[in-house]
Design a protein around this ligand. Structure first.
Ligand SMILES: [Zn+2]
Length: 289
């Protein structure tokens, strides 16, 4: 007679169960490093003499209920007619650096010009100009660049690399860019939740680099935007809150607070190959790719 099924089944079940247990154990052990929010600000500094949004953001980063002396990356526009190209703007670039933030390059043109649409020669010229501008204010050459409109191709990247710059895109985007005519967001929280849920998948799959025991998650704001400036503390609370909701483990210090550690993390998160097709914020992915 054949072996009774009732004897075989418990053994199979036991085998299946122990396999499940060992898988679960392996997953827990190989969990990616906890997340740390890497705050970045584009388009600044602002040039306003009073109630300057960049100044307010610097003050909140230094002092807020969540973590003291947070450091951020500021992607500056060194020649913006209403910002970095003014005396107030230049003083703010010096202040950002003096307060331990990382000063990166966004543009060295009067307007928010698209690097991808420039000739290689023109782009090379503006990169050189922007680097000289930042060296003049901070004494050090920037290592990080962010393309306006997130627009780049192989030639853009080649120009960046020739000038010793690495390109940082973003994981989360506050969609607060003033230049796009959006000066406020009714859906700050749901927007961050959606972006972090997407990022969580890449994090869980081990696709994101870990640096100094944490996984940097890049978040983008615009410090020239007065709405952002007034709500930056609320944005920080939202980030911590959506991480809790999505059960994304955060580092003991959920934001960066050391210049060098911040720069290492940002550099590790940069994109160096034109073949990489990272998810860009909003409709930019559809537009450029
Ligand atoms: Zn920009």
């Amino acid at each position: 007679m054949s072996r009774p099924v009732s004897v075989l089944r418990p053994r199979l079940l036991l085998a299946a169960f122990s396999l499940l247990l060992s898988c679960a154990g392996a997953l827990a052990q190989g969990d990616p490093a906890p997340v740390r929010f890497l705050l970045t600000f584009d388009d600044g500094p602002a040039a306003a003499a009073n109630d300057n949004p960049t100044v307010h953001i610097l003050e909140v980063l230094a002092q807020n209920p969540y973590q003291a002396n947070i450091k951020a990356v500021f992607f500056t526009q060194t020649r913006a007619w209403h910002g970095g190209g003014t005396d107030i703007g230049r003083a703010l670039i010096r202040r950002e650096y003096a307060e331990g933030h990382v000063v990166g390059l966004h543009s060295a043109t009067t307007f928010h010009s698209n690097h991808r649409f420039m000739s290689r020669e023109h782009l090379d010229d503006t990169m050189q100009l922007g680097i000289s501008d930042l060296v003049a204010e901070t004494g050090v050459a920037p290592k990080l660049v962010r393309p306006p409109f997130w627009a780049y191709d192989a030639d853009t990247l080649a120009s960046y690399h020739t000038h010793g710059l690495q390109m940082l895109l973003t994981d989360l985007n506050a969609n607060d860019g003033k230049i796009y005519g959006i000066n406020f967001s009714w859906h700050k929280r749901s927007n961050m939740l959606t972006h972090l849920a997407e990022t969580r998948k890449r994090w869980a799959a081990g696709e994101m680099p870990a640096v100094d025991g944490a996984t940097p998650v890049v978040v983008t704001f615009h410090d020239v935007n007065t709405y952002t400036s007034r709500h930056i503390q609320e944005y920080m609370e939202i980030l911590l809150d959506v991480a809790r909701e999505l059960k994304v483990p955060l580092a003991d210090k959920p934001f960066y607070d050391d210049h060098d550690e911040l720069e290492r993390a940002a550099l590790a998160a940069t994109i160096s190959s034109p073949d990489a097709k990272p998810q860009l914020p909003g409709f930019w992915n559809w537009l450029w790719q």
